[in-house]
Design a protein. Structure first.
Length: 270
């Protein structure tokens, strides 16, 4: 039986949920890359507003926003990820500002939201599991108030670290896997297609209802998380690389060549 992309991604991330925080969220590289995103996000989203989070994972960002006074509706296709997020929320004194739903991004318009949101957030490549971002943009548009910010952190098509790392290891296939625009990732029980649209392609997908405000690089000199064992033993080097990242993340010829890029859109007036 054929497995849909959304269902395949849900199965894949179910298998990762119990260890995701240990392997990424609490890793040294994960903390650095998340800090780069959140330092910008807290300037964009207004305390007291309603935020819709796509691909919320284990709820780390949802909890952060809730602690800052936002009301967060967080969704993920993985039931196991959402279970981890709910467990975290139960330990915090912000549960009244948090709602979690098991819902794929491709079906976000099917949830019965009773009022419009003041922003949308998606962190760390959840949207790279979605083939047609124009459909996502179309579903999000009626859910948002005019001029609401939308922050999307996605994996880039051209990651300089990844290309050179795997070339040095003699692995041409992995070195160029993003450059082709998509590839199939094996998660053991399921194979998930991953997509790597360019910033221009994403802008075009959202152009009917959103305008692009800015693009920022995340992980330009800071390496991808699969180099955690090396970086964890070199904390001073990681701090130095983080400082360089901070200085060049808005440079036009650097911001789309890191591990991720953070795109800031604004909902156009109706």
């Amino acid at each position: 039986m054929k497995t849909s992309t959304g269902h395949a991604a849900a199965i894949a991330f179910d298998s990762l949920a119990s260890e995701y925080d240990n392997t990424f969220t609490y890793s040294s590289i994960g903390r650095v890359q998340r800090r780069a995103v959140m330092q910008y996000a807290v300037k964009v989203f207004t305390s007291g507003s309603r935020l819709l989070e796509l691909n919320c994972g284990t709820g780390e960002d949802a909890l952060h926003f809730a602690n800052l006074g936002l009301s967060v509706t967080a969704c993920d296709a993985s039931a196991a990820m959402v279970m981890q997020a709910r467990r975290k929320a139960a330990k915090e004194d912000v549960s009244e500002r948090l709602q979690f739903y098991v819902q794929a991004t491709e079906k976000i318009g099917e949830l019965p939201f009773d009022q419009q949101f003041g922003g949308v957030f998606s962190n760390f490549s959840g949207l790279n599991c979605v083939r047609d971002l124009a459909d996502v943009a179309g579903a999000l548009a009626p859910l948002l108030l005019p001029r609401s910010p939308v922050l999307l952190c996605v994996s880039t098509r051209y990651c300089v670290w990844e290309i050179f790392y795997y070339l040095l290891r003699g692995d041409l296939t992995r070195a160029l896997r993003r450059c082709r625009g998509s590839h199939q990732k094996d998660f053991g029980d399921v194979i998930v297609p991953l997509y790597y649209p360019t910033s221009r392609a994403i802008e075009q997908s959202f152009s009917s209802s959103f305008r692009l405000v800015s693009i920022r690089g995340v992980g330009i000199t800071v390496p991808p998380s699969y180099l955690e064992s090396w970086m964890a033993s070199n904390p001073r080097l990681l701090g130095w690389l983080e400082g360089i990242d901070s200085g060049i993340r808005t440079w036009p010829f650097a911001r789309t060549f890191g591990d991720h890029m953070l795109l800031h859109f604004e909902r156009l007036p109706a």
